[in-house]
Design a protein around this ligand. Sequence first.
Ligand code: GLU
Length: 368
Amino acid sequence: MYLNNSKQVVIKIGSSLLIDDKKKIRRKWLLDFSKDIEELIKNNKKVIIVSSGAIALGCKKLNINKKNLKIDKSQAVASIGQIELMNLFNEIFKKRKLNLSQILLTLEDTEIRRRAINAKRTFDNLFHLGFIPLVNENDSIATSEIKYGDNDRLASRVAQISGSDCLILLSDVDGLFDKNPKVNKNAKLISNVKEINNSIEKYISKNISEHGTGGMKTKIEAAKICQISGCYMAIANGLINRPIKSIINNNNCTWFLPKVSKLDARKKWIISSIAPKGELIIDEGAVQALKMGKSLLAAGIRNVNGKFNKGDHIKIVDKNMREHARGLSSFNSDEIFRIKGQHSSKINEILGYVSKSEVVHKDDMVEI
Ligand code: GLU
């Protein structure tokens, strides 16, 4: 069983598990859930919890409705609700002598390599000290352009940067079905997904999504990140009591299996970027060169999309916009615009300064 075999697990809880439709906090559920966590830790697993609920609990405190909440107001509401969220968890986890710590992340904390490495070190030190990190997006600071917005993708990136081997998304659905289970009685739960192909993408539109921000779409996005970073991921129903125990005993969920990945940690980080800043459109010759494991040179670049800086994540696509690789750019977008199509020996003359000759070096690139 994938969860049994894992050493480090990330568990994501959606808001609807903490607060019911009548805005009542599901304390009993959380107490039972803490038993699940206690048992995982007794079995020598390291656990990270990613929990939503800051906005929902902030709304409850202020007695306002989540709907129609403007972004700037929701940032203040999240700031009020985050402390409620931590108090709730702390109060309940204390009963089992489980120690919690809080980590609030923004998109940039996972996208900038130095910050991602720092975050990993903090996770490791917390495990060492015997604390369970409880993560949420820093909703009070994150602005709409640079925001995860959903904790599904945040959780998958947390799993990847922390080097976890299993992610469980607890939601209010049992997993991924081949038909809409609310309308079709004979809808079947898909138990294992090896490859997210067109037919899986089609199932998504048929699946009723949960009330949270993400729905099934962001869960599939999260699964893609896990698959390429070598992490098992499950979508499971969290509404039942002891949902983790139920996964262990009954395996009643959808598992996404990782693609066997021999990539090192840095390359896993490159490939699972949430928000590449731009695209380089390359010609057929460059596509062939990439397939042979070569670096991307200016001569093979036809065009540039987006504004980005040196060192930013970019996608490398062909003229039909099919993605072939991801990498870190050695030049900013304006520079690439000026040197595209040119022989490497011309770069210094065009830009007026000495620079690298590869636009994306093979060590900074992962083929897809
Ligand atoms: N970070 C948001 C919160 O704590 C939740 C995002 C989501 O629903 O996935 O309210």
